[in-house]
Design a protein around this ligand. Structure first.
Ligand code: ADP
Length: 335
């Protein structure tokens, strides 16, 4: 019995000890739990902070992308502007060079016939000249005067075109009569050169009367025929017109065809520009200021038409231009 009591006591003590240990362990666990809870809270906060930072970074990255795009665009714009400036500078330089060449050429073009006039006037003072010789010198003086007048008219025309002062003066004009007039005025020169010369008129009288600017038509045609004669030494020259339809409208398509030196392919566009000649080295051999075709082109455009050419070196050239067919008698329908 004594032993049993002792055993019970020792069991009680053991239990109490165990209970105390459990209490301690429990407290330890509670503490650990609290610590974990605290840590978890801290992690949540840290996580939120990271999220926030990430969002900020994303925003900043987007802003940088936009800023970058703007810079790329600005750079491209600057590049474009720089290219434009380079082109403008080249144009200005080219135009400057052309103007200087033009002035040099023009002084030559004016001085040569002027010297002719003065020189022959001096010779004519000589009382010993025969009547025939006098006539010959007077003819040479006249030719020099005509050459000078034509260069001055070209300068006046180009200045009027450039300054916007050139007007279109519409009048009724018989195209056939104009062509005959041009034919008659160039025929003697063609005979002297021993070349064939012909004119083609496609409309009958009355129907050939159109409403146009006579001065411009005359200038374009005489300039093209003059060039055809100037740049051909043999063969034939034919000029005239056909009636055609362009975009359902009737047009007169003029042509001037020669069997002359022709124009190299790479110069065919440039010759319509001011002061440009197809072959610069030929400049002194065949007089000219390089203005005729640019004036003709401007005049054709004033009249609402187009000008172009087809040419083969050594074989000859055909210059074409159109003007609207506006007849006061038959309207603008094809006849
Ligand atoms: P230019 O007064 O020099 O004749 P144009 O403007 O009339 O001036 O002509 C420009 C250039 O075109 C000429 O210098 C010439 O080289 C070329 N050209 C014009 N017409 C002809 C043609 N019918 N045949 C060959 N070359 C031509």
């Amino acid at each position: 019995m004594q032993e049993l009591l002792l055993e019970i006591d020792s069991l009680k003590i053991l239990k109490e000890k165990r209970a105390e240990e459990l209490v301690i362990a429990n407290k330890e666990l509670l503490f650990q739990n609290e610590e974990k809870e605290k840590r978890a809270q801290e992690l949540i906060i840290a996580n939120k902070e990271l999220l926030f930072q990430n969002k900020e970074k994303e925003k900043r990255a987007q802003e940088l992308i936009v800023a970058n795009r703007k810079l790329v665009f600005l750079n491209e714009e600057k590049e474009k502007r720089a290219q434009e400036l380079i082109i403008a500078k080249e144009h200005a330089e080219q135009s400057d060079r052309l103007k200087s060449a033009f002035l040099a050429n023009m002084s030559h073009e004016i001085r040569t016939p002027m010297n002719g006039v003065l020189g022959f006037a001096n010779i004519l003072r000589d009382a010993d000249l025969s009547g025939e010789e006098q006539q010959e010198y007077l003819k040479l003086m006249e030719e020099s005067g005509i050459r000078m007048l034509s260069i001055i008219s070209a300068i006046v025309d180009i200045s009027k075109i450039e300054s916007g002062l050139m007007k279109v003066n519409l009048k009724e004009l018989s195209i056939n009569e104009k062509l005959d007039e041009i034919y008659t005025s160039f025929k003697p020169e063609m005979d002297r050169k021993g070349m064939q010369f012909s004119v083609k008129k496609s409309l009958p009288a009355i129907k050939d009367i159109i409403c146009t600017d006579p001065y411009k038509i005359y200038s374009i045609l005489t300039n093209l025929v003059k060039n055809a004669i100037k740049y051909s030494d043999e063969g034939s020259i034919e000029f005239g017109y056909n009636v055609r339809t362009k975009s359902e409208k009737a047009v007169l398509e003029f042509f001037v065809k020669d069997t002359g030196i022709g124009i190299p392919k790479d110069r065919q566009k440039a010759i319509f520009e001011r002061f440009i000649q197809a072959n610069i080295t030929d400049k002194m051999a065949r007089q000219g200021a390089g203005l005729g075709l640019s004036i003709s082109k401007a005049f054709v455009e004033f009249l609402g038409g187009e000008i172009w050419l087809s040419s083969e070196e050594g074989k000859g050239s055909v210059f074409y231009f159109t003007i609207p067919y506006k007849s006061p008698f038959v309207g603008d329908s094809i006849v």
